[in-house]
Design a protein around this ligand. Structure first.
Ligand SMILES: Cc1ncc(COP(=O)(O)O)c(C=O)c1O
Length: 363
């Protein structure tokens, strides 16, 4: 079966010596290797302030705290995402207000977001779902017009671009995940990219119990609630090795995605995603809308190709208590949306096999 997602680790002969070096260095906690990983990640993204953490969820939680989100506040978010986007909002005590998506893309619709803004709205959470950038211009304008910070969950969008700049540079708070099946894994891990030094210093304190690592324990005085969210040298070493081959990891998703865009654009029964102007997706999953979805998924499985709609729309989880959401485009998008495999593990033959199987089903 061609899998929909897969863990991409560096070749053994490169990874194992690097791991051995750090494991027996006498220092496996957060140290110089973490600093080096953050510096190299900054170079890759093209930003100045990156704070590594133990997961994408921790990065989201810190971003929400920095944005000032507290118990009783509201955060507007998307129902089409993995759950941590929205459960991290609950961690602050705030309520998730789901806005509708744009039927063309499955990404949060800025027009519906504006309708949901109230005096309690403290932040807007956007997700570049499956690696397609949202309408960034529109969200930057909302941020400016309403003074409400946008938090960018870029867990699916490593290597994607908007207006020629990598995702991670367009908002005050951007988060990435290096969990097992993302474009780049460090086994587990995450990154918070920030715009200014003040947030950068605060984020480092929040990720380490509220303690300032530049001072001794005795010199420290905790004034802010912190957490144990840091990345350790072992995960960071994996990250450093991964960054040495980052184009080899990310580029195949983009190349395969563009290939499928071209091959699927004229098939009756299939609708490809329309990307926003100036955006360059990184296609963590290849997404399309299809007729007869359940039969299509079964038929592809019979041909040895895993196809799935993968995530449950988040507003259906009872914990969000969002019974009254009226999300008509989410309803129609989630009825038709599927993902097909798109990553580095596809051989040229696999791509052709996938295209032929899709064409056969809709012929
Ligand atoms: C969109 C999205 N946001 C956040 C996360 C959380 O990342 P992590 O698993 O690293 O905590 C994930 C991944 O699971 C995700 O897919």
């Amino acid at each position: 079966m061609i899998p929909l997602v897969k863990t991409g680790l560096p070749p053994k002969e490169i990874l194992l010596p690097a791991l051995e070096e750090v494991l027996y260095s006498g220092y496996i906690a957060q140290g110089k290797v973490v600093d080096a990983f953050e510096e190299k990640f900054c170079q890759y993204i093209g930003n100045n302030y990156s704070v590594s953490v133990n997961s994408g969820t921790s990065a989201l939680h810190i971003a929400l705290i920095l944005a000032g989100v507290k118990a009783g506040d509201e955060v507007i978010s998307t129902p089409i995402t993995a759950e941590p986007t929205n459960t991290s909002i609950l961690q602050t005590g705030a309520k998730v207000i789901f806005a509708d998506v744009d039927y063309r893309t499955g990404n949060l619709d800025p027009k519906d977001v504006i309708k949901k803004i109230t005096s309690k709205t403290k932040a807007i959470m956007i997700v570049h779902y499956a690696g397609m950038p949202v309408d960034i211009d529109a969200f930057q304008k909302i941020e400016e017009d309403y003074g409400i910070p946008v938090i960018e969950d870029a867990a699916h969008a490593l290597g994607a671009k908007y207006r020629n700049k990598k995702i991670g540079n367009h908002f005050k708070y951007s988060t990435f995940s290096f969990q097992a099946i993302k474009h780049m894994t460090t086994i587990d891990g995450g990154m918070l990219c920030l715009r200014n030094e003040e947030d950068y210093e605060k984020a480092k304190i929040i990720r380490w119990f509220g303690l300032d690592k530049k001072k001794t324990r005795k010199e420290n005085n905790i004034t802010t609630q912190g957490y144990k969210y840091h990345m350790n040298n072992v995960n960071a070493q994996i990250g450093l090795v991964q960054l040495n081959r980052i184009e080899k990891l990310v580029h195949p998703y983009i190349e395969n995605g563009k290939f499928f865009d071209e091959k699927f654009k004229d098939i009756d029964g299939v609708k490809t995603i329309e990307y926003y102007e100036n955006s360059e997706p990184s296609y963590w999953l290849y997404t399309m809308k299809v007729e007869n979805r359940e039969e299509f998924i079964e038929s592809m499985a019979a041909e040895g190709i895993m196809v799935s709609d993968l995530h449950k729309r988040n507003d259906l989880h009872s914990i969000f208590n969002s019974k009254s959401s009226n999300l008509k485009h989410t309803d129609s998008f989630t009825k038709k949306m599927v993902h097909i495999p798109c990553g580095w593990w596809l051989e040229v033959n696999d791509r052709t096999k996938i295209v032929e199987a899709v064409k056969r089903f809709y012929s």
